[in-house]
Design a protein around this ligand. Structure first.
Ligand SMILES: Nc1nc2c(ncn2[C@@H]2O[C@H](COP(=O)(O)OP(=O)(O)OP(=O)(O)O)[C@@H](O)[C@H]2O)c(=O)[nH]1
Ligand SMILES: [Mg+2]
Length: 306
């Protein structure tokens, strides 16, 4: 599940597996040959006739695996995504006070009542230039394409110079560069680490981010670590997702719409990533060319850092 099958040569999407047991044909096998027993008849009891099979379809396929979850976490490294998923679910991803702690996506089930739950995906932090292939982010934005709502987590008490408003803008810019359509999907702003701000500064700090983003959507102020404000957020998420399921049950065409939107997102992402990869390749080749022709380069001391 969560696998998209793409024809590498034509970029055609052959199948998108979204439910358990789904089977799709991505290439036609050849027709088998007929052995001589097939030609046995009352007049010819030991036929020597056979026919050859026909060759099957030959295709180069790329299988793209994406995480399937209801809620996806978007945020720069260290924003508190893994802390959030630990606080609302039984998932135990690693949390640490340095960026790029999370290297693979994690899923957590949030149980709000006995029979009500949803799934949250914690993905590695994106960084500036992530949509250009810098660092890790490029590989992970795709996991946000299958979620019904994104939570954009912002660190309100960053240890570096960049203000929360600036960081928030960077994340939105990267998301938009990856896929403009994905950036238009439901997204809630979640301002995190409020416990680290003096109480009388919290409101104005939050307002500054909202103003900087010109944000019109839902806003939540939380502390993922102290579980402050999480109940309201989790409750609203469950209601939002339930409403979506109910709407689809009433009007199944909405599901087709959703799938069409996902296909557009996948397409945009593929085109953007391919363009960015080529740009990177071109830059690398340019650098190699320099290496060969610039003698000074041989004087440069190289330090290998693990
Ligand atoms: N005080 C405080 N610290 C927090 C809060 N949320 C997260 N942190 C701390 O911030 C640091 C980063 O948290 P993570 O949850 O690992 O951040 P992340 O977004 O998953 O980071 P990456 O996996 O690197 O992208 C850790 O030291 C957390 O303890 C919070 O609400 N309050
Ligand atoms: Mg993490």
């Amino acid at each position: 599940m969560g696998t998209t099958v793409v024809d590498v040569d034509t970029d055609e999407v052959l199948a998108d597996l979204t439910y358990i047991g789904q089977r799709e044909k991505v290439a036609q096998g050849g027709f088998h040959g007929l052995g001589n027993t097939r030609y046995k008849s009352s007049v010819n009891r030991s036929p020597t006739q056979t026919t050859k099979g026909s060759p099957g379809e030959l295709r180069n396929l790329r299988l793209e695996l994406k995480v399937l979850a209801d809620v996806g976490l978007l945020g720069l490294p260290n924003a508190g995504k893994s802390t959030f998923i630990r606080s609302v679910s039984a998932a135990r991803p690693k949390v640490a006070d340095y960026p790029f702690t999370t290297l693979v996506p994690n899923l957590g089930v949030v149980r709000t009542e006995a029979h009500r739950s949803f799934v949250v995906a914690d993905i590695p932090g994106i960084i500036e230039g992530a949509a250009e292939g810098a660092g890790l982010g490029i590989r992970f934005l795709k996991h946000l394409a299958r979620n019904r709502v994104l939570l954009h987590l912002v660190d309100m008490a960053p240890w570096d110079e960049q203000s929360p408003a600036e960081s928030a803008k960077v994340a939105v810019r990267e998301l938009t560069r990856f896929s403009a359509t994905l950036a238009q999907q439901p997204r809630w702003l979640v301002l995190n680490k409020l416990d680290l701000l003096p109480e009388d500064e919290r409101e104005s700090a939050c307002q500054a981010v909202v103003d900087a983003l010109d944000w019109q959507g839902p806003v939540y102020s939380i502390s993922a670590l102290n579980k402050m404000g999480l109940q309201a957020l989790v409750h609203d998420l469950q209601d939002f997702l339930d409403a979506r399921v109910a709407a689809i049950a009433e009007n199944p065409a909405l599901l087709d719409e959703e799938q069409a939107t996902r296909a557009i997102i996948d397409h945009e992402a593929r085109v953007n990533l391919e363009r960015l990869r080529q740009e990177m390749r071109a830059k690398r080749e340019e650098a190699d060319w320099d290496d060969d022709f610039d003698d000074d380069d041989y004087d440069v001391e190289v330090e290998y850092v693990r």
